[in-house]
Write a protein that binds this ligand. Structure first.
Ligand code: ADP
Ligand code: MG
Length: 276
């Protein structure tokens, strides 16, 4: 379990020692309805274009699904948005005015763009409640301490998030004994504690039972309007159950966008998936 605690601790450290100037939360200019802009973005690895003049726009509050065969560039796309990878060319903006390419990973996270990796990373020896509590404190930039008392507002927020992730009755459960699905929801809850404007979620239902998948669909759908969520997922049935608009990536570019029906009946998309 020790390997699950590490990434989060690192995250706390970067919150405190990030080098770029923080963007004040809530200062995202979405007056044109778009929360995330990627324009003509290219990324090369040793001459190979993982992203090739990619343009993508995410509306404020929308739930977008991103699909595409292996190697299409989905992970690289998330890496560019979160500042893990620098684009060679193109622009990446958070709202109208915030240039994400001028910010480091910690500053981007602090500004309200967070990412859920495929594997859940929760503190197994802490309870569900304590895991949420820690996320809240990390967000405040305070030194991590479980012993500082929560104020009423903070308690309310934890209760609210417990409700959203459907884990109110599990609040005193140790995270280590949760099911895989429950750990994933808890981690989504931990991200929600930071009240992100944008959440990037990588293959949330991999390894889940059917029941857990349905519950995850409900959970992600319930975030619409409050958070913009970009979901990368291979499970097409799941994508169908949550998708409004689906973006298909292929060879580092957007092949097409549309409803799940439009996408699944598009000859180019069929060809790309058959060729996998
Ligand atoms: P996806 O997530 O859609 O499967 P990726 O974004 O992971 O695709 O990868 C896109 C392409 O870029 C792949 O061909 C992959 O091998 C390559 N790639 C990704 N990251 C690196 C890297 N750090 N070094 C070299 N090649 C990479
Ligand atoms: Mg990937």
């Amino acid at each position: 379990m020790s390997n699950t605690t590490k990434p989060l601790l690192n995250r706390y450290q970067t919150f405190n020692f990030g080098h770029t100037r923080p963007v004040i939360k809530g200062n995202v200019d979405v007056s044109h309805g778009t929360v995330l802009y990627m324009e003509d973005v290219s990324v090369s690895f040793d001459g190979f274009k993982a992203l090739n003049n990619l343009s993508l726009y995410i509306n404020d509050g929308e739930l977008r699904c991103l699909i595409g065969p292996n190697g299409a560039g989905k992970t690289t796309l998330m890496d560019v948005i979160t500042g893990k990878t620098q684009a060679d060319s193109g622009s990446v903006y958070f709202g109208q005015t915030i240039d994400l390419q001028q910010m480091d990973e910690a500053a981007i996270a602090q500004a309200g763009i967070c990412r859920k990796f495929q594997k859940p990373s929760v503190f197994e020896k802490l309870t569900v409640f304590e895991n949420l509590e820690l996320s809240l404190k990390a967000d405040k930039g305070a030194w991590v301490t479980l012993f500082a008392t929560l104020n009423g507002e903070q308690r309310d927020r934890i209760d609210e998030v417990l409700e959203i992730i459907g884990m109110t009755s599990l609040r005193f459960q140790l995270a280590g004994i949760l099911s895989h699905g429950q750990k994933q929801w808890l981690e989504i809850g931990m991200l929600l504690m930071q009240d992100p404007r944008v959440m990037l979620v990588d293959e949330p239902v991999a390894g889940m039972t059917h029941q857990e998948i349905d519950r995850t669909a409900e959970l992600l759908l319930s975030l619409q309007g409050k958070h913009s969520v970009v979901v990368v997922e291979h499970d097409m049935e799941f994508v169908r159950s949550i998708a409004d608009k689906v973006t298909v990536l292929h060879e580092g570019s957007v092949l097409m966008e549309g409803t799940m029906d439009e996408v699944q009946n598009d000859p180019r998309v069929i060809q790309v998936y058959l060729g996998e």
